[in-house]
Write a new protein. Structure first.
Length: 397
């Protein structure tokens, strides 16, 4: 309760006053999201008088990484009372939280920042790009929308939605492995929330896609918004049939909406499925920040190309177990050894750059252009370890 109050003061949020007993009952019986469910997972810093100066929340997830499931900690509600800022409260919370993450096997961490530079001091770096498309409904071709569209009602089974989501994010590093709890922001009654979650099944009854949207008017343009993550909206499809089915459904709203807004991974060429391009816009942004919490298990879990070895020097002031030179050996695309050694480094970088490289943001000449990456010895192993991969961080916390 005290940590939530500090967050509300720091971010100038309004919140309904409630007792500790009422709040604990609410998060136990009807958590509205993963952050709500794990609202007691917090670290706080206190002054000598016992006053809570600031706190951070940590939310455990499982995410995809190179075909494996690994632990990730989402960070939220990072806040300090205004009178206690610049006293190291948040730094102390992060240092302790990183140790706990390591112990619990959460090898990545991610957050959505108020300032990129502020969180870089704790080792976080820009997460992968996401693309927000704004598409006039007139640009959507007249696809035949054979099949059915079902409006979700509270309490209905979520298995079809899980199936669609799993296929949509299959192969993307950092994508959350969702539970029912992760869909809870999508499940409020559509009449009360004015947000609508539709499931598309093809004419054989096979679930192929879903979208959840709300209506937003910007400069008199009526938008079907599926692209603002913190509003609990999404646009997911299993295959081209699912995409076309959803676009056909969207076009049927032409009397009530002018455009569709949706967020997709940067590697999906939506333009191939649209008509007139004039009026279509794309806004590329970074999906928050993230970092590797524990380098050795990440190196062991990573996928490589062929056989080889590389000695990587990493700097990480916030997690000292990541400081030093790590040698990784791999055969047939899999690590057989990854450990801290006394070997001379062949490449050096900070934890932020290591995070982006090992998860698949850059490759080839891009690596050689990175200002804070130093290559001491050119070797093919650099490109066998660090290469571009499908990557998308989308869940909001």
């Amino acid at each position: 309760m005290q940590a939530e109050e500090i967050g509300n003061i720091a971010f100038e949020f309004s919140a309904k006053k409630t007792t500790l007993e009422e709040r604990l009952k609410q998060i136990k019986e009807s958590p509205s999201s993963r952050p709500d469910h794990y609202s007691l997972c917090r670290w706080a810093a206190f002054d000598d008088d016992g006053t809570m100066m600031g706190s951070i929340s940590t939310y455990p997830y499982q995410i995809q990484f190179d075909g494996k499931s690994v632990g990730m900690s989402g960070i939220g509600f990072v806040s300090t009372l205004p009178g206690y800022r610049r006293r190291g409260a948040i730094r102390g919370c992060f240092e302790q939280a990183f140790r706990e993450m390591k112990e619990q096997g959460q090898v990545f961490s991610a957050l959505y920042p108020f300032s990129v530079e502020y969180y870089r001091q704790f080792g976080y770096e820009l997460a992968p790009q996401t693309v927000e498309w704004t598409v006039p409904l007139s640009s959507i071709p007249n696809y035949e929308g054979k099949g059915s569209y079902h409006l979700y009602r509270p309490g209905e089974d979520l298995s079809d939605y899980h199936l669609i989501y799993r296929d949509f994010v299959s192969g993307y590093n950092l994508a959350a492995i969702r539970e029912d709890l992760d869909f809870s922001p999508f499940t409020p009654d559509p009449v009360e929330s004015k947000a609508y979650w539709y499931l598309y099944r093809n004419e054989k009854g096979v679930p192929k896609g879903y979208l959840r949207f709300y209506k937003e008017t910007v400069d008199k343009e009526r938008r079907m918004d599926c692209g603002t993550p913190f509003r609990g909206v999404e646009f997911c499809f299993r295959d081209i049939e699912g995409l076309k089915g959803l676009l056909s459904f969207v076009k049927s709203f032409a009397a009530n909406y002018d455009s569709l807004v949706l967020s997709l991974p940067a590697d999906i060429p939506l333009e191939l499925f649209l008509g007139e391009a004039n009026g279509i816009t794309r806004k590329i942004s970074f999906a928050g920040l993230y970092r590797v919490v524990d380098a050795v298990p990440v190196l062991m879990a990573a996928a490589y190309r062929g056989d080889g070895a590389l000695s990587i020097e990493i700097a990480d002031k916030s997690a000292p177990w990541n400081e030093g030179v790590f040698t990784v050996e791999f055969q047939d695309g899999k690590a057989i050894r990854a450990e801290k050694t006394e070997a001379a480094p062949q490449i050096s970088m900070g934890i932020g750059d290591f995070t982006r490289l090992i998860s698949g943001c850059y490759e080839g000449q891009e690596i050689r252009l990175m200002p804070h990456v130093t290559i001491h010895q050119e070797t093919s192993a650099i490109d066998q370890i660090f290469y571009r991969k499908p990557i998308w961080l989308h869940d909001f916390f």
